[in-house]
Ligand binder design. Structure first.
Ligand SMILES: Nc1ncnc2c1ncn2[C@@H]1O[C@H](COP(=O)(O)OP(=O)(O)O)[C@@H](O)[C@H]1O
Ligand SMILES: Nc1ccn([C@@H]2O[C@H](COP(=O)(O)OP(=O)(O)O)[C@@H](O)[C@H]2O)c(=O)n1
Length: 209
């Protein structure tokens, strides 16, 4: 079984992806980490995120095993990742790895922006997770605070809005719900309620199979 989860920044894709993978005994891939790792490689080599040829080269050279999530999940890397991810060469370089990951038995849960539309259009279940920008900013701010990263909530909200706009507006693989995706709005749901709602969607699909 392949479960595709897409949605805007900090909507809870990764949390849901991990929980569904554990529940169904599937592997999980947070595809945002791939774009974050490319952005981090470009920045740490002293280049700007909008340096297209450096970003393409970093994506082609990427070793997608063993990411340091603490480093990649910073605000600066998040912002840069949405710049590098708009380059078609970067997306092309990361395409095969994601498709191969999904194809390996017994299946997988992948989360990102284009899983249901581009990477796994054949996914058994597609979930588009969303929540209000304010709820998402608050959750991400809590996360940064818990990690001891001081940042103003208004700044997190501005970053989220900027990234959503860039991710939705790009020409290649923009952030959008697939026509056959179930939209799950978690603004009023805590993690447990969101996981339970997602399991209901997966079970409904399985009972039709
Ligand atoms: N339904 C929810 N209610 C409250 N907090 C949530 C919910 N889903 C996720 N979170 C929290 O919000 C933050 C962002 O979630 P995450 O799964 O990392 O989102 P994404 O992968 O979409 O960026 C995390 O700190 C996570 O624990
Ligand atoms: N499948 C994907 C996943 C992420 N991305 C890009 O990578 C950035 C970081 O993704 P992420 O999932 O780690 O971001 P958060 O939702 O965790 O903040 C996004 O803003 C997108 O620009 C993408 O283009 N396609």
């Amino acid at each position: 079984m392949i479960i595709a989860i897409d949605g805007p920044a900090a909507s809870g894709k990764g949390t849901l992806g991990k929980r569904l993978a554990a529940h169904y005994g599937l592997r999980h891939l947070d595809t945002g980490l791939l774009y974050r790792a490319v952005a981090h490689a470009v920045l740490s080599a002293g280049h700007a995120a909008d340096d297209r040829s450096r970003a393409a080269a970093a994506a082609q050279a990427l070793d997608p095993t063993g990411f340091d999530e603490a480093v990649l999940k910073s605000q600066a890397v998040g912002e840069a990742s949405s710049v590098v991810s708009a380059f078609p060469e970067v997306r092309a370089a990361l395409f095969a790895f994601q498709q191969e990951f999904a194809a390996e038995p017994p299946g997988a849960v992948l989360d990102g922006r284009d899983i249901g539309t581009v990477i796994c259009p054949q996914a058994d279940v597609k979930i588009f997770v969303t929540a209000s920008p304010e709820a998402r900013a608050h959750r991400r701010w809590l996360e940064f605070s818990a990690r001891g990263l001081p940042v103003a909530e208004a700044e997190v909200l501005a970053d989220i809005r900027r990234r959503d706009e860039r991710d939705s507006g790009r020409a290649v693989a923009p952030l959008k719900a697939a026509d056959d995706a179930h939209v799950l709005d978690t603004t009023e749901l805590d993690v447990e309620a969101a996981v339970a709602a997602a399991i209901v969607l997966v079970e409904a699909r399985r009972s039709r199979a």
